[in-house]
Write a protein that binds this ligand. Structure first.
Ligand code: IMP
Ligand code: MG
Length: 182
């Protein structure tokens, strides 16, 4: 366990700060979605810890959905392509006010395409909430509705975020030593 944690010695967002972020965002979401049919839609797998903490602080009834996606953008296909590994498993989104929950926004391609996809499926409204945002990395025009924290252009792990499927279970967000020292 010590070795596992030791590989991420620079903490960028502590557990305490995450707690403050989820409290602040949940209060805003609870106010903004009053009277709506809130559906929290998590993007697997990275959003799991954030979504789990956030949902329990939202003081409105909400339904849960998930999608699993990957995107190939710059360098492969200029327009970007959304690969949907798991789509929303329900018929008709006409009465749904969806809040997409994501771990981090980088180029913006993934969430931009997810939002279009959900409108194509008939969603009444689609908003987005991300724990972290790296605005300096944006490649497409996309602005999330709720942001936990803007971060500089470091590769980060923990609290859902992975490097090669590792580090998702850390209770904080940190910069792995290999990314911090380079
Ligand atoms: P985008 O489509 O370029 O905005 O990419 C968003 C996705 O890239 C996120 O869902 C993450 O899976 C991944 N990602 C972007 N930056 C990081 C990072 O610093 N650490 C781990 N995953 C990241
Ligand atoms: Mg992800």
């Amino acid at each position: 366990m010590e070795e596992f944690n030791g590989a991420v010695s620079h903490v960028l967002v502590s557990s305490e700060e995450i707690d403050e972020i989820t409290t602040r965002l949940a209060a805003k979401i609870s106010k903004d979605f009053e009277g709506k049919n809130l559906v929290l839609l998590g993007i697997l797998k990275g959003s799991v810890p954030f979504m789990s903490d956030l949902m329990r602080k939202i003081s409105l009834p909400a339904e849960l959905e998930f999608m699993k996606v990957s995107s190939y953008g710059a360098g492969t296909v200029s327009s970007g392509k959304l690969n949907i590994h798991l789509d929303v498993l329900r018929e008709g989104l006409e009465n749904c006010d969806i809040l997409v929950i994501e771990d981090i926004i980088d180029s913006g391609r993934t969430l931009k395409m997810v939002v279009s996809h959900l409108y194509e499926k008939g969603a009444r409204s689609v908003k987005t909430c991300t724990l972290l945002d790296k605005p300096s990395r944006r490649e497409v025009d996309f602005t999330p509705d709720y942001v936990g924290k803007e971060v500089p252009d470091y590769f980060v792990v923990g609290y859902g975020l992975d490097f090669d499927e590792k580090f998702r279970t850390l209770p904080y967000v940190g910069i792995p030593d290999f990314a911090f020292n380079k």
